[in-house]
Structures are given as C-alpha cells and as structure tokens.
Design a protein around this ligand. Structure first.
Ligand code: LU0
Ligand code: CA
Ligand code: CA
Ligand code: ZN
Length: 420
C-alpha cells in the first residue's frame, strides 16, 4: 500500500467518499459505514483474533500488519488494544463496477445456456430463495445428470461474501471447463462420468447485486437481511453455520459488525437453504458429498478446518483426518501457487462453513482465498482483465480435488480404514 493512499485515522471522510455516505459516528439510528484500515503491530494469529474480536473483518495479513474492513467504532476499539490504526483512502480499483464481472442476471443466463447446450451432463435446480427472493441455484454436472447415481459427490460454493466477485467467475469457469472439455479431454470426461459435481455459483445474490448496483463498488460483505432492533443490515454468512456457532471469539454479536454471526445458527436465509441442500445429500444415512471447496477472495490461500481452534487435533478431528486435509490442501496448493495452511493460522473464526462441513457433515473441505495476494493488486476488486488467468490458474488444483473425491484419505494411504 503506497503512502499516498494513507490518511491519518480520524481525518473525516472526503466528500464523495466511495462507501455509503459518512454518517455521524456513534449514531444509534444510522446504518454504520465500513472503511478500510491498516493496523500495524499485529504479528501473530492471536493478535489477529484479538483484532477480529472488535467486530472488524481482516482482509489481508502481512508480517506485522493487517488490513481490515471496520466501522469507526471497531477501529477505535482496535486502537484501544494498542495497535496503530490508519484509515486508507480507497485505491483506484475501487472505482468500478467493472462490466467484465458477471451480474446475477447474466449468471442465470450463462447457466441456462450451458444447460441447454449440454442437457445430458448439466442440470440446474433452484434449491431455495435468498432473503430478497432471488433464486438460489445449484448446477449439477455428471453423466446421466438426471439420475442420482452412486458416485462420489463434490460441492463447490461461491460468493458467500458479496464483494468477492471473482468467485462467481470461478463458478462460470468451472461450469464451462467441465462441459466444454467433456468428450475431448480424457481426464475431464472420466471425472464427469464418475463424480456428481454440485456448483452453487452465487449463494449471496442479494449482497453481490447490492455491491454492484451503485456507481461504485460498495465494499459489501454480508447478506441483505435486516436485523430486528437495529438499523444495521446483514449477517456474515460465513459466521452463521451451525457448528460451534459463536463459540470462540471468531465472530461478532453486534449487527453493525461486518462479521455479525446472526441471531441464531442458520438465521441467515441463504445459510439455511444451503445447509438444507447439503443435508439432503445424505442418502441411506451416508453423506454423498465427500469433498468441497468454498471459494473466497483474497490472499491466495488454501485453508482447511478447523477455524474455531488453534489445535490441529481436537474433538471432531483426529490426527489422520487433519493430515488428510493438510496433505490434500498442500497437493492442491502445489498446483496453483497458493499458500496452504490451517484456517486458524489466519485468525479464529467460528460458525464458518468450513467448520460445519467437516464438524457436522464429515466432508473433507477447503476454503480457497483467490487472487490477488494483496490490496495493492486490487484487493476485492481486481480488474476484470485478470479473470481468465486467475480462474484457469485453479484448473489443476480443482481437478486434483475431484480425483481424490472417491476417498480423500487415500492421499495419506488410509483408504482401507476410512473407505473400506
Ligand atoms: O470468512 C473469512 O473471514 C475468510 C477466512 C475464513 C474462511 C478463515 N476471509 S474473507 O472474509 O476475507 N474471505
Ligand atoms: Ca453420473
Ligand atoms: Ca449420488
Ligand atoms: Zn470471503
């Protein structure tokens, strides 16, 4: 981050600031404003967890600093912890929206066309509706797509966080890859024939449409569900899952926070719909989905559970299970150049999909934090010119997950014990 974009904390927002209007700080009625801050003096995961406990969301981790999305109150609380806090002016890429990114309406068009062109291997279902009533869509890709065959199932979740638009492009890329190259690329043909692949291309359409709807990006993270007794809108979907929800200081109870965990587990309409969908894949008492990726931006990381504890091995995670996640995470990272690590190496989170998919459903799963590595390269808003390169970058990594979906424990040689 270049010095010219730094302004001292407490300097008032300039007129025409690109976020929501600068509302009087401390007002009980006004919706809070979220700004980008640089916090210096944070070096450990424990430091970062303490910072997120104020309600701020960490966007980028450096050796001794982090960037956070925070309300003025969160920023003040971080300062009270003894860190050096500066508000950042938004860098140029925030000037968007960039028409090279796929809107929700365009996404539905892409899906319908892809299904029309590939009716034997692609199908769309509406699994529920968002809080504002938009269709929540699942795309299935497999041979004999209309039949529920006895094949390992794989789940890809995209855009829990509204502003992470590159993840929707990742879904479009995957749908095109698996359909366009079916019948010509032998590896992809074999995987489509022997897996049932579920792509949820945008699970937070209310949020992503809101983020794109203005004359500039809104830096929005949560969904758009109102909160009783508060003017602050939205729940952080990735803190609302029903596994050790709110347990461990990795989410906020304050509706104004961008990491608000909601009033109860699955209180967010979209989380409830996706969780019901995942539960519906339990057939004959057995979860059919073996492996999953939840796509986010940014930082170029591959993360595995748990997020709610710094421990590798704990209740609900044996050494072999941890090692399976770590080995598969590293195997994928070797293909895309991301950094592999346990989720809590970043900071503690609770109520994440990552923890729920493993802790509750026993699905071996990962969070991908996609391009870029830093805010200086565009943060949540890189130019659409990077879409083709940064989605194709994950081709081999995703194919590796699909390969291991028959028995992920195979990667540590434990298939007899786990998949016999
Ligand atoms: O939800 C998040 O805070 C994620 C990281 C966790 C999955 C550990 N980071 S993000 O919000 O910047 N995508
Ligand atoms: Ca099939
Ligand atoms: Ca099946
Ligand atoms: Zn995210």
């Amino acid at each position: 981050m270049v010095a010219s974009v730094l302004r001292r904390f407490l300097v008032p927002l300039a007129a025409g600031a690109l976020f929501l209007s600068a509302l009087p700080s401390g007002s009980a009625i006004a919706e809070p404003s979220y700004d980008l801050y640089e916090v210096r003096g944070a070096t450990t995961a424990q430091d970062r967890t303490e910072i997120t406990a104020t309600g701020a969301a960490i966007d980028q981790v450096g050796d001794d600093s982090v960037l956070v999305t925070a309300t003025p109150d969160d920023a003040e609380a971080i300062g009270d912890l003894g860190y050096d806090v500066e508000v950042l002016d938004l860098p140029v890429p925030f000037a968007g929206p960039d028409s090279g990114y796929t809107t929700y309406g365009e996404l539905l068009g892409v899906i319908d066309q892809m299904v029309a062109d590939n009716p034997r291997i692609a199908a769309k279902s509406v699994i529920g509706r968002s809080h504002q009533g938009r269709d929540l869509v699942a795309v299935k890709i497999s041979d004999n797509v209309r039949v529920d065959e006895n094949e390992p199932e794989v789940l890809f979740v995209h855009a829990q966080h509204a502003r992470e638009h590159l993840t929707v492009e990742m879904a479009v890329y995957l749908m095109r890859l698996l359909t366009d190259e079916y019948g010509s690329d032998p590896r992809i043909t074999r995987l489509v024939d022997n897996r049932e692949i579920w792509i949820l291309p945008n699970v937070n359409p209310d949020g992503s449409e809101y983020d794109m709807a203005g004359s500039s990006w809104r830096n929005w993270r949560k969904n758009r569900q109102p909160n009783a007794g508060s003017s602050a809108v939205g729940t952080d979907l990735n803190r609302n899952w029903d596994y050790r929800w709110g347990c461990c200081g990795g989410s906020s109870s304050n509706p104004s926070s961008s990491t608000y965990r909601g009033s109860a587990p699955e209180s967010a309409t979209e989380v409830r719909v996706i969780a019901d969908f995942v539960r519906s894949r339990v057939v004959g008492g057995e979860q059919q989905i073996t492996t999953a990726i939840d796509f986010h931006t940014y930082s170029e990381l591959i993360l595995w559970p748990f997020g709610h504890t710094y421990s590798d091995v704990t209740t609900g995670m044996t050494r072999a299970e941890y090692d399976t996640h770590a080995a598969l995470g590293r195997h994928m990272a070797a293909a895309n150049g991301y950094t592999p690590q346990q989720s809590s190496d970043l900071y503690i989170t609770d109520g994440s999909i990552n923890d729920w998919l493993w802790g509750d459903q026993r699905i071996v799963n990962f969070t991908y934090e996609m391009y870029p590595r830093s805010a200086a390269r565009g943060g949540f808003y890189p130019p659409s010119s990077v879409i083709a390169r940064e989605t194709a970058r994950n081709r081999e990594a995703v194919l590796r997950l699909l390969d291991y979906a028959d028995c992920p424990y195979r990667i540590i040689g434990r298939q007899a014990a786990y998949c016999g």
